[in-house]
Write a protein of this length. Structure first.
Ligand code: NDP
Length: 314
C-alpha cells in the first residue's frame, strides 16, 4: 500500500449515532474499521441542544456531548476516525474503492453507509438565529420542552401532520402553517389533524420571519401567499417539518435508492442491493429518524458486515 492508499475490512462513511455504533461493534469484532466523519462530524445531534430520550442519560445530555461520548467509545477500540469526506465510491467490484478529500484512496472489503439525512430548512436568517432557542426540526425530540405552550409547525406532509398531532397532546395550541390549501399528508393523518381541537391549520401561508429578542423566540410572522396579508403568531416553539434530504449523492447509480433518494435495505436487515454494502441510520430510514434507532441499525450493520466477511473468506 502506498501512502495515499489504505486497506480496511470495514469502511464506515458518516459519524452520527449509526456510524459510531457500527464502529464500536466492528472494532470489537476486530474489523479495524476506518470512519470518515463527513460534512457534519457527529451528525444531526450536534445541532440539537438538550437530548432527553437517548437511553443511558437519566438527566438528559447535550447532543454534542452524546456524540463526543460515542466517538470516544469507538476510539477506545481503535477505530481509525478521520475528519474528511468520501467524495467518490466504486461499488462495482470488491474490494470496494472509495476516494476521500484528504487524498486517500481506501480499498474496503465492506462498506457501511451511515451518511444520514439533512433536515430541510426554510432558509430565513431568523430561523438560523433562533435554532435551538425555539426553532427545531424535530417535534419528537424537542416537543416536551414546550409543554403547555403555544407552538407553530410548518409543512403539509405526513411528518408535519404526525408531529402536529404529537405536539397537540403536549401543547396548549398548535398552529399548522401550510403553503397550499390542502395537505399532502395521507388521508388518515389529515383526519387526525382536522379532528384535533387544539390544532388550527393556517392555509396558503408561509413564515416570513421568526420573531424574538435576547430572551429567545417570541413568535412568528406568517404571510398569506394569495392575499399578502400578514399575521403574527405568539408562539414559543417553531417546528420546521418540510422534509429531509438523504445524503446519498455519491451513491447514485451504485446502490439502489428509492424515489426520494433513500438507500433501500432488505426489510429487517441493513443489506443493500450490493453484497457487502450495508446502510444504517437515517440514510435508509425516513420513518423513525431517532438517534437510538440509528444506533440500533448501526449495530445491525456491523454484525452483518462481520458475518458477511466470515462467510466470504478472502
Ligand atoms: P414531504 O416531502 O412529504 O412533505 C414536505 C411538506 O413540506 C410538503 O407539504 C411541502 O409542501 C412542504 N414544503 C416543502 N418545502 C417547503 C418550503 N420551502 N416552505 C414551506 N413548505 C414547504 O416530507 P415529509 O417529511 O412529510 O415526509 C417524507 C416521507 O416520509 C413521505 O413519503 C411521507 O409519506 C413519509 N412519512 C410517513 C409517515 C407515516 O407513514 N406515519 C410519517 C412521516 C413521514 P407541498 O405539499 O406544497 O409540496
Amino acid at each position: 500500500m502506498s501512502e495515499t492508499t489504505d486497506k480496511t475490512r470495514c469502511l464506515i462513511i458518516g459519524s452520527g449515532p449509526a456510524g459510531y455504533t457500527a464502529a464500536i461493534y466492528a472494532a470489537r469484532s476486530d474489523l479495524k474499521p476506518i470512519v470518515y466523519e463527513g460534512l457534519q462530524p457527529g451528525g444531526q445531534l450536534t445541532i440539537t441542544t438538550e437530548v432527553e430520550n437517548f437511553p443511558g442519560y437519566p438527566d438528559g445530555a447535550q447532543g454534542p456531548q452524546i456524540m463526543e461520548d460515542l466517538k470516544k467509545q469507538a476510539e477506545r477500540f481503535e477505530t481509525d476516525v478521520r475528519s474528511g469526506i468520501i467524495t467518490r465510491v466504486d461499488l462495482s467490484t470488491r474490494p470496494f474503492k472509495a476516494e476521500a478529500d484528504d487524498g486517500k484512496t481506501i480499498f474496503a472489503e465492506t462498506i457501511i453507509i451511515a451518511t444520514g439525512a439533512s433536515a430541510r430548512w426554510l432558509g430565513l436568517e431568523s430561523e438560523k438565529k433562533f435554532m435551538g432557542q425555539g426553532v427545531s426540526g424535530c417535534a419528537t425530540c424537542d416537543g416536551f420542552f414546550y409543554r403547555g405552550q403555544d407552538v407553530a409547525i410548518v409543512g403539509g406532509g405526513d411528518t408535519a401532520a404526525e408531529e402536529a398531532t404529537y405536539l397537540a397532546k403536549l401543547c396548549k395550541k398548535v398552529y399548522l402553517v401550510h403553503r397550499r390549501n390542502e395537505l399532502r399528508a395521507s388521508k388518515a393523518m389529515q383526519h387526525k389533524v382536522f379532528n384535533t381541537a387544539n390544532i388550527e391549520v393556517i392555509w396558503d401561508s408561509i413564515p416570513a420571519e421568526v420573531l424574538g429578542d435576547e430572551s429567545g423566540m417570541t413568535g412568528a410572522l406568517i404571510r398569506n401567499v394569495k392575499t399578502g396579508e400578514e399575521r403574527t403568531l405568539i408562539v414559543t416553539g417553531f417546528f420546521v417539518a418540510i422534509g429531509h434530504s438523504p445524503n446519498t449523492e455519491i451513491f447514485k447509480g451504485q446502490v439502489e435508492l428509492d424515489e426520494a433518494g433513500y438507500v433501500i435495505t432488505i426489510p429487517g436487515t441493513t443489506r443493500t442491493s450490493v453484497e457487502g454494502v450495508f446502510a444504517a441510520g437515517d440514510v435508509q430510514d425516513h420513518h423513525y429518524r431517532q438517534a437510538v434507532t440509528a444506533a440500533g441499525t448501526g449495530c445491525m450493520a456491523a454484525i452483518e458486515a462481520e458475518r458477511f466477511l466470515s462467510s466470504n473468506l478472502t
